[in-house]
Design a binder for this molecule. Structure first.
Ligand SMILES: [Zn+2]
Length: 271
């Protein structure tokens, strides 16, 4: 599932190619991908508009249009946005195509069909209560202590909760907890002030590395030009069950925390 670094990378890479282009046509091969408004209204309202800028909130990608409306996209499990020449025929898993002037198109590919698009005047109706962005200056160790310090849920689950912090998911939560030396099952309330401070620094560090490596392609994440990110090659625990911990040599283990596969080092991250 694409997380903050993957969506941020898509935003950055797409911006240079699509901003200031007009939308000339939209093909919808799976109309339910449009969550709001109806597919018909979506098409009639979006065609003819110019893309003025791209943004991101948590794992949502935002296309700001000249009318002030916003095209909101969530890639979910297997979505990707690929820039292709308009002459190229969409392949099997492309669910919609946004044609732009200048002869390029955005192919919205999604194998498992969990992704969605919304065309709205205000993102609040789509993006419900969401926590601070981890790079927001207001996201401080003190803020982190305030949101997780009184919770009994496992810290792994708290990090993945979008109402607490925006954009972190399974992979970067595991990496941040490893970096901070904290067991994923520890209740939020059991963390000391020093541990919360370490975790805060670790969150920013692993996300920054993820963005620097243009995201992690553990399964179906691609950059808009079709190539893969390399962040997963620097993961130290995520998706590395059975491999050796780079710090202590212990075998990385996998447990399930609130239905999520969770990777950690049993020696460096003691319960
Ligand atoms: Zn270790």
């Amino acid at each position: 599932l694409p997380e903050l670094p993957e969506v941020e990378t898509i935003k950055n890479e797409l911006s240079s190619q699509v901003v200031e282009r007009g939308i000339t046509d939209v093909d919808l091969f799976w109309e339910k991908q449009v969550r709001r408004p109806s597919a018909e209204e979506f098409r009639s309202r979006i065609v003819g508009q110019r893309i003025k800028g791209l943004g991101r909130r948590g794992k949502y990608l935002l296309f700001h249009l000249e009318s002030g409306e916003i095209l909101v996209i969530h890639l979910k499990m297997t979505g990707s946005l690929l820039v292709k020449p308009t002459s190229e025929r969409p392949e099997k898993y492309v669910r919609s195509v946004i044609n732009l002037d200048g002869g390029i198109s955005i192919h919205f590919r999604d194998i498992r069909k969990f992704s969605g698009m919304w065309l709205v005047k205000d993102v609040d109706g789509v993006i419900k209560k969401m926590g601070l962005e981890p790079f927001d200056p207001a996201f401080t160790p003190r803020h982190l202590a305030g949101i997780i310090g009184s919770r009994s849920a496992p810290v792994k689950a708290l990090l993945c909760d979008q109402t607490m912090i925006a954009g972190i998911g399974n992979m970067y939560a595991d990496e941040a907890l490893y970096e901070a030396g904290i067991h994923p099952m520890r209740p939020g309330s059991s963390l000391s002030k020093a541990e919360i401070k370490r975790l805060h620094g670790a969150i920013r560090k692993v996300l920054e590395n993820g963005i620097g490596n243009k995201g992690a392609s553990v399964n179906t994440y691609f950059l808009p030009d079709g190539i893969k990110g390399t962040a997963h090659s620097e993961f130290r625990v995520a998706h590395r069950r059975g491999e050796k911990c780079p710090l202590c040599g212990c075998e990385i283990e996998r447990i399930v925390v609130r239905q999520r596969g969770t990777y950690f080092c049993p020696k460096c991250q003691k319960d």
